[in-house]
Design a protein around this ligand. Structure first.
Ligand code: C2O
Ligand code: CU
Ligand code: CU
Length: 455
């Protein structure tokens, strides 16, 4: 991890960024199922942060070193000591060697900073990259590869006239935390409105939403034939024709787009009215390519009846009177409260995420993959006052793009979102949190502990 001067646009002066290996986003790591790797993560950042630290937040007190970093592979099934627990941060000059077993299905994973209390600043500064898990099954599908496969890391940022990153802060210099950040500049792979010359053929795009708070609603203009083939934790059961693609912070999509009907045209990738990038499609004769496989992977029907425990967990926000700001909590508990979620290794649980707020919260659990069962409205006032769960209307099944294996779920406003989680892998301490990074910082993040089943 080093500070570097990066070029975000031809007409913008060099930007100071914090990077993995001097590149923003960091180098793409390509891992293969069955081939474990070790990575030595070295903190070679400066001693001072260049973004506004809020020392009133949990874990970011003025007694802590200002620059701290820890790496988490999001979506990785990794032993707890290599998972990047938020409090396991290291200071400049130190390093950590992490083991990635790579014993999981092919998927678009990503890695990013997770340092307690400043993760949102470290990621905003540039500490993120893509981690592609590959396996033999995927390799046999004949999907576009090599120069025809590209990661697309999306994120929004504020820039000053001088080309430097600005992070909006609250009015109170002693407590600069803000509840979310929406910026006017959109970067794709660290570039401002880039273009890419492409051939009139199929491409595979591995799209990652790396924004702190922003949701993307992606589409192509003019429209081209695009299929989503995977989500957070790998391939869907079958290709899904795409119109608009919604991605909350930390969600990923694996997309095959076909430019063969757009020879000689410029195709924009947009999010609502924002232009993100342009594909300049060459004239040449469209390539002859085999059809996309009709079936990608077996995705079993979720079996909630196999769950050993159902937990009902509130997502709520509170007015923090002392500081005149919001506090967001998972089930009313703060980071330092004792661990309350202790699933047994090898078992499945249903978690009912009760969203009592007016925002969608993208909820992520480390270590595991899960399935979305459904979403359903409920009487939030009744739930808040008596704790009684009064359901309303009908359960709504997940849309086909979220019917595969997930690790981040949009818990929608005023809805109960039910997920079925398989706690496989390792026993130990992990975290679950909202992936709006500003929420996670105050304090929409909790530990959970996977415990061994007694024999
Ligand atoms: Cu994207 Cu706790 O991680
Ligand atoms: Cu994660
Ligand atoms: Cu949130």
């Amino acid at each position: 991890m080093t500070e570097a001067a990066v070029k975000v646009h031809r007409d913008v002066p060099l930007t100071r960024a914090w990077t993995y290996d001097a590149s923003f986003p960091g180098p793409t790591i390509e891992a293969r199922n069955g081939h474990p790797i070790l990575i030595e993560w070295m903190n070679a950042l400066p001693q001072r942060h260049f973004l506004p630290i809020d020392h009133t937040l949990c874990g970011a007190g003025a007694d802590k070193p200002e620059v701290r970093a820890i790496v988490h592979v999001h979506g990785g099934k990794v032993p707890p000591e290599s998972d990047g627990y938020p409090e396991d941060w290291i200071t400049p000059g130190k390093s950590l060697t992490y083991l990635y077993p790579n014993a999981q299905d092919a998927a678009t994973l990503w890695y990013h900073d997770h340092a307690m209390g400043i993760e949102r600043l470290n990621q905003y500064a540039g500490l993120m990259g893509v981690y592609l898990m590959r396996d033999d099954h995927e390799a046999a599908l004949g999907l576009p590869g090599g120069a025809h496969e590209l990661p697309l890391v999306l994120c929004d940022r504020w820039f000053g006239q001088d080309g430097q990153l600005r992070y909006s802060a609250s009015e109170d210099p002693a407590a600069p935390w803000v509840s979310e950040i929406f910026c006017d500049a959109h970067l794709v792979n660290g570039k401002l409105f880039p273009y890419l010359d492409v051939e009139p053929r199929r491409y595979r795009l591995r799209v990652v939403n790396g924004s702190n708070s922003r949701f993307y609603y992606l589409s192509f203009d003019p429209g081209v034939v695009a299929h989503q083939i995977g989500s957070d934790q790998g391939l869907l059961s079958a290709p899904l024709e795409l119109a608009t693609l919604t991605l909350a912070p930390a969600e990923r999509a694996d997309v095959v787009v076909d430019f063969s009907d757009a020879a000689g045209k410029n195709v924009l990738l947009k999010s609502q009215s924002f232009q993100l990038m342009q594909f300049r499609v060459g004239r040449g004769r469209p390539a002859r390519e085999p059809a996309l496989p009709r079936k990608l992977r077996d995705i079993p029907r979720p079996r909630p009846e196999a769950a050993v425990t159902t937990r009902t967990l509130a997502l709520n926000e509170y007015h923090d009177a002392g500081r005149h700001r919001m506090l967001m909590l998972l089930n009313g508990k703060r980071w330092h409260d004792p661990v309350t979620e202790r699933p047994r290794l090898g078992t499945a649980e249903v978690w009912n995420l009760m969203n009592l707020t007016e925002d969608t919260h993208p909820i992520h659990l480390h270590l595991v993959r899960f399935r979305i069962l459904d979403r359903q409205a409920f009487d939030a006032d009744e739930f808040k006052t008596s704790g009684k769960l009064v359901l309303q209307g009908k359960p709504i099944p997940p849309t086909p793009d979220e019917a595969g294996w997930k690790d981040t779920v949009r818990a929608e406003a005023s809805m109960m979102t039910r997920i079925l989680i398989q706690f496989d892998g390792y026993a130990g301490r992990y975290v679950w949190h909202c992936h709006v990074l500003e929420h996670a910082a105050n304090e929409m993040m909790r530990p959970f502990e996977v415990v061994e089943t007694p024999t």
